[in-house]
Design a protein around this ligand. Structure first.
Ligand code: SAH
Length: 189
C-alpha cells in the first residue's frame, strides 16, 4: 500500500463512525452495522478500494452510498472535491456531522438515489460505489470523465464482483474484475 494511504489508514479512528455497542469492535478488520440494515466494510477493503481509485488532489470524486462516512474520509483526504450521495437522510446527516468535526470542508452531501449520479456536478474524474447494483447504472458511466476510473461492486444481493471500470480519453469503456465481495444492495427508486 502507498505510504500516505497506509499512514492515513492507521490514523483514522473507525470508532468515530459507528455507534454503541460497536465502537469496541471498530479496530477489528471486519464489517460492522451502521443502522438501517446497512454496514460499513472491513477497513482493509476500504483502503484497497481507495488505492484502486488512483486519486490525486485535482480529482472531483463522486461517491454513492455515504453510509457512516468512513470511506468518504479516505476519498476527501486524497482528492480535491468529494460529492457523496446517500439515500437515507439520517445516515447522510450523521456522516456530515462526523466528517465536519474531523475538519473536512471539501465534501458535498446529497440525499437522493445515487444510481442517477449527480448530474449538476458531472463529469467526475473518479466514482466510488459502495452499494451493489445488478448492473452498472448508465448515468454513472455517462458521468465518468475521459481517463476516469470507477470502482463498483456488481451482482445479486450477497455476492458480487468488484469491478474497476475505466474510460479512455476517447470515451471508450472497459472493465476488469478485482475481487469477489459482498455489499448491501443499491436500492433504486
Ligand atoms: N461506504 C459506507 C458504507 C456504505 S453501506 C461507509 O464507509 O460507511 C451502503 C450505503 O449505500 C448505505 O448507507 C445505503 O443506504 C446506501 N445506498 C443504497 N442504495 C443507494 C442508492 N440508490 N443511492 C444512494 N445510496 C444508496
Amino acid at each position: 500500500m502507498d505510504e500516505k494511504l497506509l499512514q492515513f489508514f492507521s490514523s483514522l479512528d473507525r470508532s468515530r463512525f459507528v455507534d454503541e455497542p460497536y465502537k469496541a469492535l471498530s479496530s477489528l478488520d471486519r464489517p460492522l452495522p451502521i443502522g438501517h440494515g446497512q454496514t460499513i466494510s472491513q477497513p482493509s477493503l476500504v483502503a484497497y478500494m481507495t488505492e484502486q481509485l488512483e486519486l490525486n488532489k485535482k480529482h472531483a470524486v463522486l461517491e454513492i452510498g455515504t453510509g457512516s462516512g468512513y470511506q468518504s474520509a479516505f476519498l476527501a483526504e486524497f482528492s480535491g472535491e468529494l460529492y457523496t450521495v446517500e439515500r437515507i437522510g439520517e445516515l447522510s446527516k450523521k456522516a456530515e456531522e462526523r466528517l465536519s468535526s474531523l475538519g473536512y470542508r471539501n465534501i458535498h452531501y446529497r440525499v437522493a438515489d445515487g444510481s442517477l449520479g449527480w448530474p449538476e456536478h458531472a463529469p467526475f474524474d473518479r466514482i466510488m460505489v459502495t452499494a451493489a447494483p445488478k448492473n452498472i447504472p448508465k448515468p454513472l458511466i455517462d458521468q465518468l470523465a475521459p481517463e476516469g476510473i470507477m470502482i463498483i461492486p456488481v451482482g445479486p444481493e450477497g455476492w458480487q464482483e468488484l469491478l474497476k471500470v475505466t474510460k479512455d480519453r476517447h470515451g471508450s469503456v472497459s472493465e476488469r474484475k478485482l475481487l469477489d465481495v459482498a455489499f448491501v444492495e443499491l436500492v433504486r427508486k
